[in-house]
Write a protein that binds this ligand. Structure first.
Ligand SMILES: O=C(O)C(=O)C[C@]1(C(=O)O)C=C[C@@H](O)C=C1
Length: 252
């Protein structure tokens, strides 16, 4: 800008302040990552250790930001409230992107397209070929609480016998052992368990029960600087092929 004769140009030397969340992450050099840690192959906690697609990706994002990951336990019923109560800076572990969530918080770009499917015993393979076959009084469905599996069951399987089991990662074995007949889940979890246990079959893979959707990491939308950094680190991992490598490694 040109100054009129005699006017003094004023230059500001004040540093650009990062938002409070980004500031505290960068100062502590710690990114707090919440996960239920019960959804294979995205995030699984076993013997105090975390593994899975989302774990590798968030570790790579943290490395790009120059910070360490600190994991925080959460559950599907408390995922949103824990995030809003600032118990962690980002949630991962197989979280569906949907309008209800994106109305309240931010979600990073989608990955791992999936639909709802069903995990059933291999012996029952021919019983479960139409959506109607799931909603029968003879069918015993075991659901985990708090997520979109539960929402699907409550909306679409009202005639079936419904039981709730808090530990999601135990449900496939309960189905295999005949303690229930159906677990409603998503494409990659059904694929994972049906490959790991020959007693199990992933039904509806070719014609999922719901339209295709994607998963995404969930962040509070309270600091625009933090949001931009998270979006940038995601984009840079995409550019370098890291996201593609992680998909190939975990989502088979
Ligand atoms: O709520 C979600 O976003 C999920 O995708 C999580 C959810 C669920 O729907 O309960 C999906 C599959 C797993 O079996 C466990 C959790």
């Amino acid at each position: 800008m040109l100054c009129a004769a005699g006017a003094v140009a004023v230059f500001s030397s004040a540093p650009v302040q990062a938002g409070p969340r980004l500031d505290s992450i960068m100062q502590a050099k710690v990114l707090r990552v919440g996960t239920p840690g019960d959804y294979r192959p995205f995030a699984m906690k076993a013997d105090g250790k975390y593994a899975g697609h989302d774990i590798d990706v968030i570790e790579a994002m943290a490395k790009e930001m120059g910070v360490k990951v600190q994991y925080v336990d959460t559950t599907w019923p408390k995922l949103m409230s824990d995030l809003q109560e600032n118990k962690f800076d980002v949630a991962v572990g197989g979280i569906t992107r949907n309008v209800a969530r994106i109305s309240k918080v931010q979600m990073l770009p989608g990955y791992a397209p999936f639909g709802k499917v069903a995990l059933v015993r291999a012996a029952d393979k021919d019983k479960f070929t139409t959506p109607e076959a799931l909603n029968q009084a003879s069918v015993r469905v075991i659901k985990n609480p708090g997520g979109t599996n539960e929402a699907y069951v409550l909306q679409n399987m009202q005639t079936a016998q419904i039981a709730t089991h808090d530990k999601n990662a135990e449900i496939p074995a309960l189905i295999a052992e005949g303690k229930g007949d159906v677990m409603i889940t998503e494409t990659y979890e059904a694929l994972h368990y049906s490959k790991a246990d020959p007693r199990l079959h992933a039904a509806y893979l070719d014609k999922p029960l719901t339209p295709v959707n994607q998963l995404g990491f969930m962040l509070p939308a309270d600091d625009a600087d933090y949001s931009r950094v998270m979006q940038f680190t995601w984009d840079v991992l995409a550019l370098r092929g890291v996201l593609q490598q992680e998909s190939q490694k975990w989502l088979k």
